[in-house]
Design a protein around this ligand. Structure first.
Ligand SMILES: [Zn+2]
Length: 403
């Protein structure tokens, strides 16, 4: 399908509507039972994390939502005050994150608090989609003149709304369970070692489980790891990776919090359903620095909720940058596919060096990563990719998140 001017105009008006909505909307606190007005706050602490990677108050982030064919896309500057910000909690309930904002993740309880905050950030964004969707459809009917596009969108509409509501329901379930665990007071508040590694098995509430198809399928695994090096990107996201060409997908939450000399990483996934949980596949990723780095890069391609240090972004060679941005919009990465573009060359080189000094028996892995450093991957030609994307986007219309 060819791009057309009215589609682009519509797209821009949609984006303006979302911005206006987010700025003006009087949001209410997401803490259960609270009906106070929410204040703007950061999902990833500005004070101890975002400040460490920003330069002159600027970070780099994906510029627009993939919600319409032929959308202008890119990675652009974002002010630190807008990075990971949402109106999630009132002044009182925002205080529950006080220690995480001040000291970072230092205990098991902090891991849960950070996960709780990110879940609500994702729910908040899903709710925006839910609220805005009817307005978009209305606007479509009056602004779009192309009958074919209208028909396709009409067909995709119900599927998108339903998918959005299922996601919100599930996320709310995760959120309330995590909060219950925090409030039950049984969490270990002992301070971590410098290089911590923690796996937590979360069983969903009984009453919720009973309504579930498979009693254990939504139980969660949270893995936290503190590493003693700086990762130049902050991330608070949920991604869906395709598992095969039939479009089967696996869901993964990934949180990355960089500080000056170290970083906190949190991975969360459903235990019963996720392939990530099978054969301890997650250990393969999170326990090995090079695999972890690749997972972060792969997640960035599949997500928009990340904020990169300007220095790291500017250090990516132009030809790689172009492929990276294209991949973000055209690629649906297979979970088991090794991502062939090295975004963080400096960090990768540093980790390779570290492995060469300390480890043995993983020469093959080191070699793969070493080859990635200067590798410029080949991609399909742009027209072909656009065609593929257009048909995909049409069906998932208004389902902003790639699922
Ligand atoms: Zn509140």
């Amino acid at each position: 399908m060819r791009p057309n001017k009215e589609a682009i105009e519509f797209d821009n008006s949609v984006e303006n509507a979302v911005k206006k909505y987010l700025n003006n909307k009087q949001a209410y606190c997401m803490y259960p039972g609270c009906n106070m007005h929410a204040i703007s706050s950061h999902t990833i602490s500005k004070k101890i994390s975002l400040n460490q990677i920003s330069e002159n108050g600027i970070l780099f982030s994906p510029e627009s939502k993939r919600m319409y064919p032929e959308k202008k896309y890119g990675i652009g500057e974002i002010g630190i005050n807008d990075a990971s910000t949402f109106k999630g909690f009132c002044k009182i309930h925002d205080e529950i994150f006080f220690s995480v904002d001040k000291n970072g993740i230092k205990s098991q309880k902090d891991v849960f608090l950070q996960v709780y905050r990110v879940l609500n950030y994702i729910i908040f964004n899903e709710n925006v989609i839910n609220k805005m969707a009817p307005l978009f459809y209305e606007k479509l009917n009056t602004s779009l003149k192309n009958e074919n596009i209208k028909k396709i969108i009409e067909r995709g509409k119900n599927t998108a709304t339903e998918a959005n509501e299922i996601r919100i329901k599930k996320l709310n379930k995760y959120s309330s369970n995590i909060l219950n665990i925090i409030n039950a007071g049984g969490l270990n508040s002992a301070t971590f070692d410098e290089e911590a590694f923690l796996t937590l098995d979360i069983t969903m509430d009984q009453d919720i489980q009973e309504n579930s198809h498979n009693k254990n399928e939504d139980n969660l695994i949270i893995v936290h790891r503190k590493v003693n090096y700086h990762i130049p990107v902050a991330m608070a996201t949920k991604v869906s990776f395709s598992l095969n060409t039939q479009g089967k997908e696996d869901e993964l939450f990934l949180i990355c919090i960089p500080y000056e000399n170290y970083s906190d990483l949190i991975i969360m996934f459903a235990k019963g359903k996720s392939l990530f949980a099978k054969n301890n596949h997650y250990l393969h990723y999170i326990y090995n620095d090079l695999n972890m780095l690749e997972l972060i890069e792969k997640t960035m391609v599949n997500s928009e909720d990340w904020w990169m240090s300007p220095r790291a972004y500017k250090s990516i060679p132009e030809n790689k940058k172009e492929i990276f941005i294209e991949d973000m919009y055209y690629r649906n990465l297979n979970f088991f596919e090794f991502y062939d573009l090295s975004i963080f060359n400096d960090l990768r080189a540093k980790l390779i060096k570290k492995y060469k000094q300390n480890q043995s028996g993983i020469d093959k892995l080191i070699k793969i990563h070493e080859q990635r450093l200067d590798h410029i991957p080949l991609r399909d030609n742009k027209e072909l990719k656009k065609e593929k994307l257009n048909s995909k986007m049409m069906l998932a219309f208004l389902d902003f998140r790639k699922e």
